[in-house]
Design a protein. Structure first.
Length: 169
């Protein structure tokens, strides 16, 4: 989802919405056909107005699926993952030429690593790419210059997520 936002609010054409509304109809109690399946949401929107100047870093090196006859009761929020483009309360940046830093990094990581990396590993790569490879360049806007961004992952996944190749591909 790409839109404007603020602290726990997303702005749409017809007005503001609580960010939780986004996945409400996909929860276990609302959509039983998605029980046990991962529900992934990627949110490109500001989450506030705080800027992040960053901090200098010194140079340094940087489960199984099985079926049984047992029935389980799982939380309604199980198997949900939300990745936000920025940390709570912070702005989300974009380049006039390349667009959203977060979406650029997400696309690169998915294109490069979807075949051989587990989802959370891949998303950590997105976070690293945004954190290390991007910085605002707004010298004429003083307080907006040389700012950083840090994506945020909220995971309620109950198993590893891979993107398998389809048969015949």
């Amino acid at each position: 989802l790409m839109t404007h936002g603020d602290d726990d609010v997303l702005y749409a054409y017809d007005g503001p919405y609580s960010v939780d509304k986004l996945w409400e109809s996909f929860m276990g109690n609302a959509c039983t056909t998605l029980l046990g399946k991962p529900k992934l949401f990627f949110v490109q929107a500001c989450r506030g107005s705080t800027f992040d100047k960053g901090v200098k870093l010194g140079c340094r090196d940087l489960d199984s699926d099985h079926f049984s006859s047992h029935k389980y009761v799982i939380p309604t929020t199980a198997d949900l993952l939300v990745m936000y483009s920025s940390y709570k309360g912070h702005v989300s940046w974009r380049s006039p030429r390349g667009g959203s830093w977060f979406i650029q990094a997400l696309c690169v990581e998915l294109e490069t690593n979807w075949k051989h990396m587990e989802l959370l590993q891949l998303l950590t790569g997105v976070s690293r790419r945004v954190a290390y490879d991007y910085q605002s360049n707004e010298p004429s806007k003083g307080r907006m210059d040389a700012m950083k961004q840090m994506p945020s992952i909220v995971s309620m996944l109950t198993k590893l997520v891979y993107f398998p190749l389809k048969l015949g591909s």
